[in-house]
Design a protein around this ligand. Structure first.
Ligand SMILES: [Zn+2]
Length: 455
């Protein structure tokens, strides 16, 4: 409508291109009106106060359009609010529509030709985004975060590190990863609403899976893992072949694999378990066996030394005498050698007997351990793999469920590590896979990976 009016006016002025015609028309119109001594208001209508801006033309002080107050090209960014629509009749008899506008602070008001006004819409979406960006700034600087990390125990996020903002965790994800040995091992979709649903493909792994699920859920205080079905699950637990790469358990993408050969070997892993009466007896016997050997070696050394000393004394005396005079001493020395062999042999016999007794006892316990301790070991392995699923990489701490002897286990190297290691750390207490226990460090790290969005 507007465009049509202007073009019509333009055609009268010139036969230039449409764009220019439009411009000239507007200017001519403004100029024409400015020259007009007076117009007659024929109609006034209330308006709702919508916002407009103008790039050219004039703001008139009065509705007869005789007094200009602003040249609008100098006020392109002023927003006017249209309060009234005024139809005027010019001296040539033509009608035009003007808006009575006011600025926000109401200090400036006047009349502007409708053709020079353009609706101005405050872009709400854009404003919202800007507001969001301001809110979503990290609350800590990298240096501040590093300081918090340095104050926390090694590889154990505590305190404020677990209660930062989403933006903080997003911004410093790498810093968190490398300082707490974290890697997002799970594919997207494994955890939905902080929960993974496990399908146990090989039923022999049912018990270990359920035990491991129970331990993690209890430690984290929510149902992080639950059992699913073949048709409805986000993670799979099954047997695999770890013989070539020497693994008992493995996690990747959305699948836990347990080495079938190891699992089916009734002795595999069971002696690692340390938290049962039987395993304690087993460990005690193991210590006794080692001690028996140490004792035997020490006693043998003492006996040998005693004979050597005696031989040295005899030899010194023999040296002072003639061969004839020394004859009996030489015989005595020979006898000492025989006696030494006999004594050492007796020691050896006693050692062997005890060693054999201890080993027989150990074997008897070992047989009893086959079902219970064997099962516990695999529960520990399952807990370890679920730890990986939560985003925990290995640590050198013996008490952690994700403990590993070094950061390069076979071909599976830890990805984000604070430092490499080749021996365990921390007090040599029983823990981790040995006792199917989650350490505080395991739990704290899992809380951090939840914040990082890994589960
Ligand atoms: Zn591992």
């Amino acid at each position: 409508m507007k465009r049509k009016t202007i073009t019509t006016v333009g055609i009268i002025t010139a036969t230039l291109s449409v764009g220019l015609v439009t411009l000239n028309a507007r200017e001519n119109m403004g100029a024409a009106l400015a020259k007009t001594k007076s117009v007659k208001v024929v109609k006034t209508k209330k308006m709702s106060g919508k916002a407009y801006r103008a790039k050219k033309g004039y703001l008139y002080k009065n509705k007869r359009l005789t007094k200009k107050s602003w040249s609008l090209k100098h006020h392109r960014k002023t927003t006017f609010y249209a309060k009234k629509q005024v139809t005027v009749k010019k001296s040539n008899g033509k009608k035009a529509i003007y808006f009575y506008v006011v600025t926000k602070n109401q200090r400036t008001k006047g009349y502007v030709w409708r053709g020079n006004l353009k609706r101005y819409v405050v872009k709400k979406s854009k404003k919202a985004t800007t507001t969001k960006k301001v809110v979503a700034k990290p609350t800590v600087t990298k240096a501040e975060l590093q300081s918090l990390i340095d104050q926390s125990p090694d590889l154990d996020p505590t305190g404020k590190l677990l209660s930062l903002t989403k933006k903080d965790y997003q911004t410093y994800e790498d810093l968190f990863d490398t300082n707490f040995n974290l890697t997002n091992f799970s594919d997207t979709g494994v955890f939905k609403h902080h929960q993974a649903t496990l399908y146990v493909k090989d039923s022999a792994l049912n018990d270990a899976t359920q035990e491991a699920i129970g331990k993690w859920n209890q430690a984290l205080g929510s149902t992080v893992f639950k059992l699913g079905t073949k048709d409805s699950h986000t993670m799979t637990v099954k047997f695999g072949n770890g013989q070539t790469d020497y693994w008992d358990g493995l996690y990747g993408s959305d699948t836990v694999q347990i080495d079938r050969t190891g699992f089916n070997d009734p002795d595999h892993g069971k002696t690692i378990v340390k938290n049962t009466a039987l395993s304690q007896q087993y460990q005690s016997l193991k210590t006794k066996i080692v001690q028996n050997k140490t004792d035997f070696d020490a006693q043998s050394a003492v006996v040998s030394q005693q004979y050597r000393d005696k031989v040295v004394v005899l030899s010194q005396e023999i040296a002072k005498l003639s061969p004839l005079e020394a004859k009996s001493l030489v015989a005595q020395r020979k006898q000492l050698g025989k006696q030494k062999i006999a004594d050492l042999s007796a020691l050896k016999k006693a050692y062997s007997q005890r060693n054999s007794d201890l080993r027989n006892q150990q074997d008897a316990i070992s047989k009893k351990m086959t079902t219970t301790e064997h099962a516990k070991y695999w529960t520990g392995v399952m807990m370890h793999e679920l730890g990986h699923a939560l985003g925990l990489d290995h640590t050198p701490y013996l008490a952690d469920i994700v403990f590993a002897n070094n950061n390069k286990e076979g071909k599976y190297e830890s990805q984000n590590v604070k430092y490499p290691w080749s021996a365990f750390k921390g007090p040599q207490v029983n823990g981790g896979v040995e006792t199917q226990t989650l350490s505080q460090r395991d739990i704290d790290r899992a809380k951090l990976t939840e914040q990082l969005g890994y589960w």
